[in-house]
Design a protein around this ligand. Structure first.
Ligand code: GLY
Length: 512
């Protein structure tokens, strides 16, 4: 809880009290595993079509910028829920570092400046956000101290009062008043009605590695299991590098098509999960994969409009404690700096998670993802997510991992699973080169150097369209080798994080 809350303060472009997340938990004492779902929910007044104009076309930016783009936050409720049910420290202690960071501030860095520049217009449109995150309406210089006293006060109230410190009383009143004054539709009832959910994680296997990952409303676990089942149909160890890349692209394409078609909020829509997670279904999909040519996505189904994904943001933490308790948590306010909107007097930067809904069947969101009925906007519904906090276990070694990265999160975790099965260490997992396909747009997005020239040439010859993109993701991984008794941790070299293994004084390690 301390790390989640601290990230909410120091990475305002990635996560925050105004957002949500998924916490995958493992309790060493009894092996309990569950996912705490603190995903945002659509306000009760939300309606499909709310971001469309009179002609039924999406109003540019309406689901991304400003108060109307914000769904009801889940992060504060999840902090209170996890602390009360699974934590050892009261929120007054675990939120103390975040409160101090908010009050005393910290110097902003190049990364902060890059995201602030990217979201400058949205931040300027909210006077309160501009006052907090900009300097005289401009991106602040490197080293400028970001102080967030109003956020510190809101965190203090949450710590002291618990969930009602955010979802009722003066903070709730200010949130609702600020949102409504800026054209949003929140009510006090929306905040009072917000509930955290506990979900059974999704499980699968690959070459002796047991996977535990996020359940719906994340699409992560479902797609990972589906992709691994498809992979099982190939003689993986005998494939050359180009054929492996081709097969991976083809299984990604098919799994993301199912994401678009079937997945949504498990509390609101019926999903054919038993079928999607069955080996028989994966075998049928895999039979359609040809090793001598790419399958155009259009050949798999109707091709709605496409768009290139924009910038993405979200954050992740992976923790293993001295007793073997584990947390993998992926937290978000969606786009960098979320909606860019702060309700006056709260210090809370709101998410723009409403854009994770399918605004209209086939219309892509900021990540280029399309969706359908299962992920349509409805009052109180949770938008479909890609966040995939994950545990891997091969009997000897255990990994805790996850990453930000919008629609590419799931395929980044897939690459990490393959790496773990090959014996990669924590650094190898987070550094592994990445490529991605998401059904639409029909292209292979890849990092520089992800393919050798020979593999790239072969992929093109098979009919794949390759698009080189900037290095992406920010994976955090912990690997515990139980047999060797070693723990290593690594933070993605693409990010600014650092990972630490801290020696715990013996007296702090409880007897087993
Ligand atoms: N907001 C990105 C996701 O949840 O997938």
């Amino acid at each position: 809880m301390a790390a989640s809350a601290a990230l909410a303060v120091v990475e305002p472009y990635s996560s925050g009290l105004g957002g949500g997340g998924f916490w995958l938990l493992h309790r060493a004492r009894d092996g309990l595993e569950l996912m705490v779902d603190g995903r945002e929910r659509a306000p009760l007044a939300a309606r499909r079509g709310m971001y469309l104009d009179a002609r039924g076309e999406p109003v540019p930016g309406a689901s991304i910028d400003g108060a109307l783009a914000a769904a009801i936050p889940g992060l504060p409720a999840a902090l209170a829920h996890i602390a009360a049910r699974y934590g050892r420290l009261p929120l007054t202690r675990s939120l103390a570092p975040a409160i101090r960071l908010a009050r005393e501030g910290f110097p902003v860095d190049a990364r902060y400046r890059r995201f602030a520049r990217f979201r400058l217009a949205a931040l300027r449109a909210s006077p309160e956000a501009a006052r907090i995150f900009l300097k005289d309406g401009e991106v602040p210089p490197e080293g400028w101290r970001l102080r967030q006293p109003a956020l510190a006060a809101t965190l203090e109230r949450l710590a002291r009062v618990g969930r009602d410190g955010f979802y009722a009383g003066p903070v709730a009143e200010r949130l609702v008043a600020g949102v409504r004054a800026a054209g949003g539709i929140w009510t006090l009832e929306d905040l009072a009605a917000y509930r955290v959910a506990e979900r059974e994680p999704l499980r699968g296997t690959w070459q002796g590695v047991r996977l535990t990952s996020a359940a719906p409303p994340s699409s992560g676990g479902v797609l990972l299991v589906e992709m691994l089942h498809m992979l099982e149909r190939f003689d993986w160890d005998r494939l050359d590098a180009a054929t492996r890349a081709h097969v991976l692209v083809e299984i990604m394409r098919r799994a993301y098509r199912d994401r678009a078609r079937w997945l949504g909020d498990p509390d609101h829509v019926a999903m054919p999960l038993a079928r999607l997670l069955s080996r028989a279904y994966a075998a049928r999909l895999a039979r359609g994969i040809r090793l001598d040519r790419a399958t155009p996505s259009a050949a798999l189904g109707p091709p709605p409009g496409t768009a290139a994904p924009g910038g993405t943001h979200t954050t992740h933490l992976s923790i293993l404690d001295a007793e073997g308790n584990r947390v993998a948590a992926t937290l978000t306010i969606n786009y960098p700096f979320g909606s860019g909107f702060v309700p006056p007097g709260t210090g809370v930067l709101l998410n723009d998670e409403m854009d994770d809904f399918a605004l209209k069947p086939g219309v892509p969101n900021v990540y280029g993802l399309i969706g359908a009925e299962a992920n349509a906007i409805a009052p109180g519904r949770r938008p479909l997510s890609s966040m995939s906090p994950t545990f891997l276990d091969d009997g000897r070694r255990l990994a805790i991992l996850g990453t930000p990265g919008g629609s590419r999160i799931i395929t980044m975790v897939l690459h990490a699973i393959l790496g773990f099965a090959e014996g990669a260490d924590a650094r190898g997992l987070v550094a592994r080169a990445r490529f991605h396909h998401q059904y639409l747009p029909d292209e292979v997005q890849h990092e520089p150097g992800a393919f050798t020239p020979a593999v790239a040439a072969r992929l093109r010859a098979l009919g794949h369209r390759l698009r080189e993109v900037e290095p992406y993701g920010n994976m955090q991984a912990v690997v515990w080798d139980r047999r060797a008794g070693t723990v290593e941790a690594a933070s993605d070299p693409r990010g600014i994080g650092a990972a630490r293994v801290v020696a715990v004084p013996r007296r702090h390690v409880p007897a087993r």
